[in-house]
Design a protein around this ligand. Structure first.
Ligand SMILES: NC(=O)c1ccc[n+]([C@@H]2O[C@H](COP(=O)([O-])OP(=O)(O)OC[C@H]3O[C@@H](n4cnc5c(N)ncnc54)[C@H](O)[C@@H]3O)[C@@H](O)[C@H]2O)c1
Length: 265
């Protein structure tokens, strides 16, 4: 049972898994969870990068490399947490890849499938296997990564948008199924955040500073720490009555539906 009477951002004694944690948002979430006292399984594809991040984060970080689209990655990480700590308190599904940002009619089918698989299948497998342990324990928090692309239509982002919209509904489904079993499941929908994923889109000319600044009410990109903090909020007792939500953390991007933002004086 989560503490309801007072707010605590102390995660001492809690065990977490963060996927996609060798880079960007996932790495910052892992760093903030360790700083707040949690023990964190650091997952990403490449064992060398995972080992380096785990070493950087210190003794409370455990390397757990693997592809989240493969079932054995989920089962082995959850089994390891169960064997070593007897529990898993937090799962953050941050692993994801961007699509090519090409029109639907030109989209490569293999790439479309991979984008959907990493986000949607990966989050499903990780959540399902973590959910077995969490529901049995009547305790747990899961955070999935949606996107502004999952709540409004973005040209050229067919696979990514479909995957992220799927994440929103998968989050609600699991929240509805597991709420009575003590497990809260929420999603975050970031806007444009300064990470290697966005750097790559910018280096290929798909996004520019001007495009983002002129379309975002807060007139800037977000930083990974500005996503990690809401993740910790959703995992904390401050959010003990929040489940099935998709929290926009996008500088107002999805709230704006006009033609042009007012000129900032
Ligand atoms: N950066 C943004 O602006 C933004 C906006 C909206 C949503 N998101 C979402 O936030 C999450 C994190 O994005 P980011 O910007 O930090 O990206 P990133 O590219 O910096 O990090 C993603 C990490 O996921 C890992 N990964 C990819 N496929 C994997 C797999 N099969 N198994 C395990 N790990 C895998 C990558 O190796 C990488 O280290 C993603 O789900 C992304 O879609 C990001």
């Amino acid at each position: 049972m989560e503490k309801r009477d007072r707010v605590s951002f102390d995660f001492s004694g809690e065990v977490a898994v963060v996927t996609g944690a060798a880079s960007g948002i996932g790495k910052e979430v892992a760093r903030q969870l360790v700083a707040a006292g949690a023990t964190v399984y650091v997952n990403d594809l490449d064992p060398a990068r995972v080992g380096a991040v785990a070493a950087e984060l210190g003794d409370n970080a455990i390397a757990a490399a693997g592809d989240v689209t493969v079932l054995s990655t989920a089962t082995s990480i959850v089994e390891a947490a169960k064997a070593k700590f007897g529990k898993l308190d937090i799962l953050v599904n941050s692993a994801g890849i961007a699509d090519e940002m090409v029109p639907t009619l030109e989209q490569d089918l293999d790439r479309w499938q991979r984008v959907v698989d990493v986000s949607l299948r990966g989050s499903y497998l990780m959540s399902r296997e973590a959910g077995r342990l969490m529901t049995a324990a009547r305790s747990g928090k899961i955070i999935n990564f949606a996107s502004i692309a999952g709540v409004v239509g973005l040209p050229g982002r067919n696979a990514y948008s479909a995957a992220k919209a799927g994440i929103v509904m998968m989050t609600k489904t699991m929240a509805a199924e597991w709420g009575g079993l003590g497990v809260r499941v929420n999603a975050i929908a970031p806007g444009y955040i300064e990470t290697p994923m966005v750097d790559d889109l910018m280096s290929r000319g798909r996004i520019t500073d001007e495009m983002v600044h002129s379309r975002t009410p807060l007139r800037r990109f977000g930083e990974p720490s500005e996503i990690a903090k809401p993740v910790l909020f959703l995992c904390s007792s401050a959010a003990s009555y929040v489940t099935g939500a998709c929290l926009s953390v996008d500088g107002g991007w999805a709230a704006f539906g006009g033609i042009a933002l007012p000129v900032a004086e």
